[in-house]
Ligand binder design. Sequence first.
Ligand SMILES: Cc1cc2nc3c(=O)[nH]c(=O)nc-3n(C[C@H](O)[C@H](O)[C@H](O)COP(=O)(O)OP(=O)(O)OC[C@H]3O[C@@H](n4cnc5c(N)ncnc54)[C@H](O)[C@@H]3O)c2cc1C
Length: 408
Amino acid sequence: MTEATPGFSLELSSDVREMRDWVHEFAASVIRPAAAEWDEREETPWPILEEAAKIGLYSLDFYAAQFFEESGLGFPVALEELFWGDAGIGLSLVGSTLAAVAVVANGTPEQVGEWCPQMFGSPGEVKLGAFCSSEPDAGSDVGAIKTRAVYDQAKGEWVINGVKTWATNGGIANVHVVVASVDPVLGSRGQASFIVPPGTPGLAMGQKFRKHGIRASHTAEVVLDNVRVPGHCLVGDRERLEARLARVREGKSGGGQAAMKTFEASRPSVAAMAVGVGRAAVEYAAQYARTRVQFGRPIGQNQGVAFQLADMTAAVDAARLLTWRAAWMARKGVTFERAEGSMSKLFAAETAVRVTEQAIQILGGNGYTREYPVERWHRDAKIFTIFEGTSEIQRMIVGRAVTGLDVR
Ligand SMILES: Cc1cc2nc3c(=O)[nH]c(=O)nc-3n(C[C@H](O)[C@H](O)[C@H](O)COP(=O)(O)OP(=O)(O)OC[C@H]3O[C@@H](n4cnc5c(N)ncnc54)[C@H](O)[C@@H]3O)c2cc1C
């Protein structure tokens, strides 16, 4: 560990262990058996969201309790179990939290209280939230966002126009959180986030994407055509925004970009999701290697296979350690001096892709078919190297932290 991690402990509290076992039980008995079906259907698994809501797992209360859990490990532990069950269904169950985190990170307590519950709904009437930052010409380059928010002084409303893409739950969410430019001259420092309340005219779903993996998670374009939201839907408040913009215009620091703050906080969470998928693949491949017999002995008795399993196991454990460290630091307010959040996301994502590919190899022909889950896990794992900052962007951030240079 580093000097910045005194007090870091791997010992989970009894509450976290209990929660882990409870989530694992849901993942094993409800999520995993349904995974192949929803992957084929390529739809949001509403009945599973309902089942999770009934037991309190799909709820703002549950996620908030884990997000604010004292050690910082509650949230990554829950995510690992859910994504061990299935990444597509897992993302449907936690996609709303990205929008919630955007409001929690930059919003007022009133905004958190008003909008976050509406991103989850209640048993019998579950709802979703969507966080919309990416645009066709602004993916990795968040500063290139063209969606514009203009304040209509006479009506006290913000008017938002633009096209968002790749939005998880986009267009089917109850509440959308949209990143827009309020002062294009200032680039990324002139951006703010806006809450678009349920049923607001002008917001519509564009194309729904058919994907390589995580197919049970809905991903779509969101078109904003003269969307009018009340002044209080600016995440944070107007005075704070104006003060920040004034500081930037004077050449002083204006704090982080709205979208980047959300991403920074969520990177260890994405890493935990990748750890869940990687762990699933390692467990499955090890079990297969114990029972599949060729040349008169289990294939796992060959060093070629056992050594691969050893490397896979070590890599997943290493990914978890980086993830827990970053989550702990984020919770304790320890600054990511060495881009520890990005480090965890980079390593866990690359590990998930590699070990799921190795798992296919260990299962041979079976691994390549849809009769076995490892081909799905491999398709699912790839997303972790792309969303919430690609692996290249994570390397850029870590590279900058390590060298102190403006790496491009
Ligand atoms: C399934 C899915 C769900 C998503 N959910 C959301 C969501 O809920 N909300 C949201 O706002 N966005 C979401 N995204 C968008 C996601 O965050 C972007 O896809 C991601 O940031 C990459 O942007 P891009 O696709 O435009 O790729 P690009 O930015 O065009 O990158 C293309 C390639 O170029 C590389 N590259 C770009 N710049 C550099 C550089 N400076 N140095 C080195 N390499 C570079 C990238 O690493 C990548 O390999 C989602 C995407 C997917 C696929």
